[in-house]
Design a protein around this ligand. Structure first.
Ligand SMILES: *Cc1c(COP(=O)(O)O)cnc(C)c1O
Length: 405
C-alpha cells in the first residue's frame, strides 16, 4: 500500500482540478467561466469562518448532526472477528448522507445570489435532498430524471413534487441517470446566469469533486473523533459503498494519511463481474471521459458507455468520482464488488440482527463487511458507513423475495 502524505493531500487536486491523471474539466467553452466563478467563490468561502459556521449550524439543527457511531454488537458476535461500528448517516434528515452536500451547495448558491437550482437524479434520493433544501431556502428547483427512472421511482417523484420541485423527465439515450446528467448540464449552459447546478456526488467537472468531498468529509471527521472517544484508537478498517463515491470519500478523506487504517470501497457487482451486468467501473472498467471529468468508466472498446445493472438504483452509474480513480491507482484504497445476491442477504441479516434496515446501496458495504470481519481479530475495529435507510427499498426487496405487496 502507498502512503499518502499530508503534503500530497494538500496539493491534490492541483490548480486544474486534477487528481493525478484524473478529474479536470472536459466541458464546453460556455461553462468554463461559470466553473471559474464557482471555483474562486469556493476558495474564498471555504476559508471563511462565517461560512463554515453557517454550514455547521445547518448540519446541527437541520440535518441533525453529529450522526451517532453505533456498535453493532450482535452482528459482530455472529460474524466472529472484528468489532463492527456503523456511522449512522441513515439518521440524517431525508434519510441518507446526500443532504450534507445539498446543504453545502445550496449555501454556495445563496452566496452567489442564484435563485434557481437544478439537479440530476437516478433513484431520486439526490433529487429529494435538493428539493428539500430548495424548499427551505425558497428557491426554484428543477430535477432532471431519466424517463425510465421516473416510472421506477414514482414515490420519490411525488415526494419532490410535494416539496415544490418540478421533475423533468429525460427521454434521450437509455433514459436513466447518465442522460439526466447530460440534460442538467445542457440546462446549465443555457441558464448559467441565474442557475446553480447541485451535483449529487463527487463527479462532474472541477471544482465539483473537491467541494462535494469537502462537504461530505464531516462524516469522517466525526467518525475519527467518535472512534477515539469510544475505543481509544483509530479504526483498523473503513468500509463504504461506491456509486459516484461521495459517502465513501466523505468517510475516507480524513483518514487518508493514517497509514494503519485500511479502506475498502464496495461497488455494485450486480449479477457478478464476469457477467458484465454490473455497475463496477473501478473493479472492471477502464479510464475515459464522462460528465466533464476523466475517470474509470464502464465502456466498450469504442468508448461507448455500457448499460449498468444493480439491485440498487443509487449505485447504477457507469462512472465514479475521479479521486477514487486516483486512490485506486495509488493503491491507498482497495475497491471490491458485492453482487446482488450477497447484498440482499446482508440487508436481511442486518435488519434482523440489529433492527436497522439499511438502504440497498448501503447493503453492498455490509455484504463486504461480512466477508472482511471474520478475517480480523477481536481487538480490531471496522467502521462501516451506513449511508442511508432502507424504507425506500421495501418494494424492491419484496419483489426480489417474490412477495406481492
Ligand atoms: C446515492 C446513494 C449512494 C451512492 O452515492 P455515493 O455518491 O457513492 O455515495 C449510496 N447510499 C445511499 C443511501 C444513497 O442514497
Amino acid at each position: 500500500m502507498n502512503q499518502i502524505t499530508t503534503d500530497l493531500l494538500a496539493t491534490t487536486p492541483d490548480a486544474a482540478g486534477r487528481f493525478g491523471d484524473y478529474g479536470g474539466r472536459y466541458v464546453s467553452e460556455t461553462l468554463i467561466a461559470a466553473l471559474d466563478e464557482l471555483d474562486s467563490l469556493y476558495n474564498r468561502l471555504s476559508q471563511d469562518p462565517d461560512f463554515q459556521r453557517e454550514f455547521d449550524e445547518d448540519l446541527a439543527h437541520y440535518v441533525g448532526r453529529p450522526s451517532p457511531l453505533y456498535e453493532a454488537r450482535r452482528w459482530s458476535e455472529k460474524l466472529g472477528g472484528a468489532r463492527i461500528f456503523f456511522k449512522r448517516e441513515d439518521l440524517n434528515h431525508t434519510g441518507a448522507h446526500k443532504v450534507n452536500n445539498t446543504v453545502g451547495q445550496a449555501l454556495l448558491a445563496k452566496h452567489m445570489g442564484k435563485q434557481r437550482i437544478i439537479a440530476e437524479t437516478g433513484a431520486g434520493q439526490h433529487g429529494v435532498a435538493s428539493a428539500t433544501i430548495a424548499a427551505r431556502l425558497g428557491m426554484e428547483c428543477h430535477v432532471f430524471m431519466g424517463e425510465e427512472d421516473v416510472y421506477r421511482q414514482s414515490l420519490n417523484v411525488y415526494r419532490m413534487k410535494l416539496l415544490g420541485a418540478e421533475v423533468v423527465p429525460v427521454t434521450s439515450g437509455t433514459r436513466t441517470l447518465k442522460d439526466a446528467m447530460n440534460e442538467a448540464m445542457r440546462d446549465w449552459v443555457t441558464n448559467v446566469d441565474d442557475t446553480f447546478y447541485i451535483i449529487g456526488t463527487v463527479a462532474g467537472p472541477a471544482p465539483y469533486p473537491r467541494l462535494v468531498r469537502d462537504f461530505q468529509s464531516v462524516i469522517g471527521r466525526e467518525a475519527r473523533a467518535q472512534s477515539l472517544a469510544m475505543t481509544g484508537k483509530l479504526p483498523d478498517a473503513l468500509v463504504a459503498c461506491v456509486g459516484g463515491g461521495s459517502n465513501a470519500i466523505g468517510l475516507f478523506y480524513p483518514f487518508l494519511s493514517d497509514e494503519g487504517v485500511a479502506m475498502y470501497g464496495v461497488e455494485a457487482g450486480g449479477d457478478g463481474l464476469a457477467t458484465g451486468r454490473h455497475a463496477a467501473p473501478l473493479s472492471a472498467g477502464t479510464p475515459g471521459v464522462l460528465h466533464g471529468n476523466k475517470t474509470y468508466l464502464m465502456q466498450d472498446d469504442d468508448g461507448q458507455i455500457l448499460h449498468t445493472h444493480s439491485v440498487s438504483a443509487g449505485l447504477d452509474y457507469p462512472g465514479v468520482g475521479p479521486e477514487h480513480a486516483w486512490l485506486k491507482d495509488m493503491g491507498r484504497v482497495e475497491y471490491v464488488a458485492a453482487d446482488d445476491q450477497e447484498t440482499l442477504a446482508a440487508f436481511h441479516e442486518v435488519t434482523r440482527t440489529e433492527g436497522i434496515m439499511p438502504a440497498l446501496e448501503t447493503a453492498h458495504a455490509l455484504a463486504y463487511t461480512a466477508r472482511l470481519a471474520p478475517t480480523m481479530g477481536r481487538d480490531q475495529i471496522i467502521v462501516v458507513n451506513l449511508s442511508g435507510r432502507g424504507d425506500k427499498d421495501i418494494n424492491t426487496v419484496a419483489r426480489l423475495d417474490g412477495i406481492e405487496l
